[in-house]
Design a protein around this ligand. Structure first.
Ligand code: HEM
Length: 314
């Protein structure tokens, strides 16, 4: 159970007075796939518990991904030690590597590229040391395919169901995406991403409750809270959910590593910033029904608007 009560480091995603689906990616600076927040230890423990209890829901891979998985491990481990040297270290002697996670007090020695190094696959191993979900998109014949992933905190989708799907198939459920070629344009953009020049974007949602793990498979558990939202409980019950999504080219296998860092902030804490509350209210009021229905907020959008307006008046 994760509740964020403060606004520290919250990746505020809104611009302007309306929201539409666009390619909102920008170049990533500094180019790190990983961010460690104050919730590192707690979230890594939640991820590991989910992976133990629901392995098929949280980890999937196809056999053609082992080289790309090792490349992803190397990139993430290098980023961890470069950007958080007080928390992680990595020693390399040829293919003999030694990785230390000082926060979790763990040390792992392994042979880089040797699939028998860990009891789990390399992507699964490195994913257990970061708050991010990690997805590998393999490039074949000018298209991208979701061929491996460690996904503990999905926003209402299923890794097991989506394994092996193309970028276009993955985005098929999103209204308006295929009508105006947006999905083709976004894929064309990703295909041009170069090694050393990663990109980042945010995606926002709202969630009734404070769970990071909201997979399609357990919708019957967490989805019903949507019906319980009222103007009076929205501040505590509803959370703004922002995913910081990063795209890295892996040069040897030419695959794409897609990292997703999910942040939750209660509506109460969010609306403590009155400018945020005003801007988000304007966006929610203007939001077309096809977007709020897809995002699953139709049942409680008005209760949230009423709550925000009351906070703004205070
Ligand atoms: C390359 C890695 C990516 C993967 C694996 C991925 C996967 C997904 C999945 C599984 C969904 C949920 C679809 C459903 O409802 O079943 C989704 C939603 C979406 N994706 Fe992607 N995506 C990727 C990159 C991108 C990029 C680069 C963009 C835009 C530039 C993008 C834009 C969107 C949007 C706008 C949504 C709808 C989200 C919402 O309204 O909350 N995706 N994506």
């Amino acid at each position: 159970m994760v509740i964020y009560n403060d606004r520290g480091n919250f990746p505020y995603p809104f611009k302007g007075k309306s929201f539409r689906y666009t390619n909102n990616s920008v170049l990533l600076d500094p180019p790190s796939s990983i961010e460690c927040t104050d919730y590192y230890e707690r979230e890594v423990q939640i991820k590991r518990k989910l992976l133990e209890e629901h392995p098929e829901r949280c980890y999937q891979s196809l056999p053609n991904t082992m080289d790309a998985q090792w490349e992803a491990l190397a990139l993430v481990a290098d980023n961890l030690t470069t950007y958080f040297p007080e928390k992680f270290s990595l020693l390399k002697e040829g293919r003999n590597w030694s990785f230390s996670n000082k926060v979790m007090n763990e040390h792992h020695s392994f042979i880089f590229g040797d699939d028998s190094s860990f009891p789990v696959e390399p992507l699964d191993f490195i994913g257990r040391h970061v708050q991010e979900d990690l997805i590998l998109m393999v490039q074949k014949d000018g298209e991208l395919f979701l061929d491996a992933g460690q996904l503990c905190f999905p926003a209402n989708w299923s890794l097991a169901f989506n394994l092996g799907m193309s970028f276009k198939e993955l985005h098929h459920p999103i209204p308006g995406f295929k009508d105006n070629d947006l999905v083709d344009r976004i894929q064309a953009f990703i295909l041009k991403i170069e090694d050393g020049a990663p990109w980042v974007r945010t995606n926002w949602q709202m969630t009734a409750g404070h769970r990071l793990d909201t997979p399609l498979e357990t919708f019957h558990d967490w989805g019903k809270a949507r019906k319980q939202v009222t103007k009076d409980n929205a501040g505590e019950l509803v959370h703004i959910r922002v995913e910081v999504q990063k795209l890295f080219r892996l040069p040897r296998t030419h695959s794409i590593l897609f990292s997703i860092h999910t942040h939750l902030l209660s509506l109460e804490a969010f609306s403590g910033n009155v400018e945020w509350a005003k801007q988000f209210t304007a966006i929610l009021e203007e939001l077309p029904s096809y977007i709020y229905e897809y995002k699953g907020i139709a049942l409680y959008r008005e209760a949230v608007i009423d709550y925000l307006n009351e906070r703004i008046r205070e």
